[in-house]
Design a protein around this ligand. Structure first.
Ligand SMILES: Cc1cc2nc3c(=O)[nH]c(=O)nc-3n(C[C@H](O)[C@H](O)[C@H](O)COP(=O)(O)OP(=O)(O)OC[C@H]3O[C@@H](n4cnc5c(N)ncnc54)[C@H](O)[C@@H]3O)c2cc1C
Length: 384
């Protein structure tokens, strides 16, 4: 049997938001190098296509805040930066994070202080201000909240389409339907195996999110990530009821009314074990529906259009993992469950790193080496 062989200066494995962003920035930085992006699925057949579409800089760990702050201008100016006049439906009505109880309010206060250091214009709200901002929400138990007007939601499909087209225009070669089975180091470069094919690449970026360990584990590279199933529900279009996106830790839930009127509910299933099973489960629905109606009572009469599940990539500190592995030339781009909102900056700065250029210290700290350094990790407290 003959073996097909392709070569590239840089191969990117995974064509979700992270892989596409990294690939297009690599070609923008180095038009003299060939960049080949390989993905086992079709367009948007990935976690990015299943995400809740939210963007917020209101995090409690510096690495998350900075990745979002660096990504925000790219999303605000997407048409110009990526040549995509179609628009990405960025609804910048802000993000409201509710506090049910003093402990949560204290955490939000600490998060806001940290966010202010990096230029995020967020503010602590009283319970009365929360009620004025989102009158449709159930005020019971709400003691305050945090709000940032530049946060919001945007279309994952438009963003993927924009990245995809920009990558093609910049000269990235994209191949769908190619499952990489292994990565073999070879004389300072790499051979990727995919069925009967082999691909030779000088440098490799692995951007397969929760599936990164399958490719890097056999090389002795341990990237600590656990898949965690999350489920989304979408209602029929409703009259405008909810301006900002809403996060409630007490309800374990994120709510967003899209520009078309549908309300998207993302519910985490803490009772479900960590694992790679991303099928929706019927047992979450009654609990999630009860929580959603408690949070936004107008949902009590709304009809459900559809539901899907996907996997969060849970890292020990809930931050992305971006950088070179112990094998020179082999890089990792792992989202840490916020890969949609952080993709513009993650891809751009990782491309600089792959090209041997300087990156800011805060970005360098997202390297996989941090897990073996013995240093205390900065943990993200603001995860739903
Ligand atoms: C229900 C839900 C709601 C979410 N809400 C948000 C949100 O509001 N905002 C936000 O920022 N994030 C959200 N997330 C997280 C976000 O979806 C992910 O962090 C992000 O999409 C990851 O992007 P990625 O490019 O790393 O991975 P993906 O988009 O999954 O892309 C990885 C690609 O790798 C390919 N691949 C895998 N293995 C191989 C292989 N062996 N060979 C070739 N190709 C391979 C896959 O086909 C896939 O296309 C949510 C996630 C879920 C599940």
């Amino acid at each position: 049997m003959s073996t097909l062989c392709m070569t590239a200066d840089i191969a990117v494995i995974g064509g979700g938001a992270y892989g596409l962003s990294a690939a297009l920035w690599l070609r923008r930085l180095r038009p003299d190098l060939s960049v080949l992006l390989l993905d086992r699925s079709d367009f948007a057949g990935n976690e990015t296509g299943r995400c809740g579409a939210g963007f917020r800089a209101q995090w409690g760990a510096a690495g998350n805040i900075r990745l979002c702050q660096e990504s925000l201008p790219s999303y605000e100016n997407f048409a110009e930066e990526f040549g995509y006049p179609e628009g990405i439906e960025f609804k910048q009505d802000g993000y409201l994070i509710l506090a049910h109880g003093e402990e949560q309010l204290d955490q939000l206060r600490r998060n806001i202080a940290l966010q202010a250091r990096f230029g995020v214009d967020s503010a602590l709200l009283t319970a009365e201000e929360v009620a004025r901002l989102a009158p449709g929400l159930n005020p019971a138990g709400v003691v305050g909240g945090s709000f940032c007007a530049r946060d919001g939601s945007l279309s994952p499909f438009r963003v993927l389409d924009g990245f995809h087209r920009a990558a093609l225009r910049s000269g990235v070669v994209i191949r769908h339907g190619v499952t990489i089975e292994s990565i073999e180091p070879r004389n300072g470069a790499f051979r990727l195996r995919a069925g009967g094919e082999s691909i030779e690449a000088g440098r490799v970026v692995v951007a397969t999110d929760t599936r990164i360990p399958q490719l890097l584990g056999p090389l002795g590279i341990d990237i600590p990530v656990q898949p965690y199933p999350n489920q989304a529900f979408v209602t029929e279009p409703l009259p405008p009821r909810l301006g900002p996106c809403v996060v409630s830790f007490a309800h374990e839930m994120f709510l967003n009314q899209t520009v078309r009127g549908s309300v998207v509910v993302v519910a985490s299933d803490r009772r479900r074990a960590l694992g790679a099973d991303a099928r929706p489960t019927a047992d979450l629905f009654p609990r999630a529906a009860a929580h959603a109606i408690d949070l936004l009572p107008a949902l009590g009469t709304a009809r459900l259009l559809r539901s899907w599940a996907g996997l969060y990539s849970i890292t020990p500190d809930m931050l992305a993992v971006l950088g070179e592995t112990a094998l020179p030339g082999l890089f990792v781009a792992l989202s840490g469950a916020k890969g949609f909102m952080t993709a513009p900056a993650a891809g751009r700065l990782l491309a600089h790193l792959v090209d041997g250029q300087a990156v800011p210290d805060w970005f360098a700290r997202l390297s996989p080496a941090r897990f073996a350094s013995g240093e205390e990790l900065e943990k993200e407290p603001a995860i739903v």
